[in-house]
Design a protein around this ligand. Structure first.
Ligand code: C5P
Length: 272
């Protein structure tokens, strides 16, 4: 059996810089991965999918990105997806799972395919699962030198946010690109740089789900050096000074009935 982690994707910054004729949005995003995520197990055999884990409820085992990804490379495997992350929540979810299936199938002899962005905009960046600048609609990737260690808290208030509606709520689609991304000497340098950036999807997401503003305020109230939404939401992250502060913040935020975990950056997946 082959096991692949599907780490949570975080958009530390996300600028919407334009729109293609087909309606997809051009992005400029600093993406990294957290040490929490879903998990994929592959066993050779006819293609099938089963889903377990705390967020399995309501997910289809017939029409799932994992199956579409496997069919793309002709992969024959029983796929077990353990869903530990909230779904439709701005942290990669389906894209991370599909990328983990492709990485696992690569270890079983199916080369990684090109042009996977049509499966999900985040699939290409999730294939590498290492820090990157992501542009285009997700297919233009520039790997970044390692980020400083981060003590993170991820918080989801239990609302599934439909990505297309959030993009549709943007006031401007022609925002400036990210400023040049330096090699960050430490967390303070990263925080300083992040302070000059945004997640352009945060205002329309808050308009659709005002609880997101409560989550951000709560993260700041717990002492986060930066609190921001990831992707199209509703999951938000906070960057904390040390692991203890992150653990205390996660425990406090969970008392609101929110999903909240303290975590770190993911280490890079093994290459198959
Ligand atoms: O590819 P993914 O499933 O993440 O996209 C969901 C929806 O979000 C798309 O159908 C599209 O409406 C919107 N989207 C977009 N521009 C992107 C990524 C997603 O408009 N770069």
């Amino acid at each position: 059996m082959i096991i692949e982690a599907a780490p949570a994707k975080l958009n530390l910054a996300l600028h919407v810089t334009g729109r293609r004729p087909d309606g997809y949005h051009l992005l400029d995003s600093l993406v990294c991965f957290a040490a929490v995520g879903d998990s994929i197990a592959l066993t050779p055999g006819p293609l099938s999918l089963s889903i377990d884990g705390p967020f399995a409820a309501g997910l289809s085992t017939d029409d799932n990105l994992c199956l579409r990804a496997a069919r793309l490379v002709g992969g024959q495997a029983a796929i077990r997806l353990t869903k530990a992350l909230p779904v439709a929540s701005g942290i990669g979810g389906g894209s991370a799972d599909a990328a983990a299936v492709l990485r696992g199938l690569a270890r079983m002899g199916h080369p990684l395919p090109e042009g996977t962005e049509w499966l999900g905009a985040d699939v290409p960046v999730c294939l590498a699962s290492t820090p990157a600048r992501m542009q285009g609609v997700g297919e233009v990737l520039t790997p970044l030198s390692a980020l400083p260690p981060l003590h993170l808290v991820l918080v989801n208030p239990g609302i599934a946010v439909p990505t297309p509606a959030i993009f549709a709520g943007l006031r401007s689609r022609d925002n400036p690109p990210l400023p040049p991304i330096p090699a960050f000497a430490d967390v303070d340098a990263l925080l300083g740089w992040l302070g000059t950036t945004r997640n352009d999807l945060q205002p329309p997401a808050i308009a659709a789900a005002p609880v997101i503003a409560d989550v951000l305020r709560a993260l700041e109230g717990q002492g986060a050096g930066l609190a921001r939404m990831s992707g199209s939401g509703a999951t938000c992250f906070g960057i904390f000074a040390d692991p203890g502060a992150a653990e205390r913040a996660a425990a406090a935020l969970a008392r609101n009935g929110w999903w909240a975990v303290a975590t770190e950056l993911a280490s890079a997946p093994a290459r198959g």
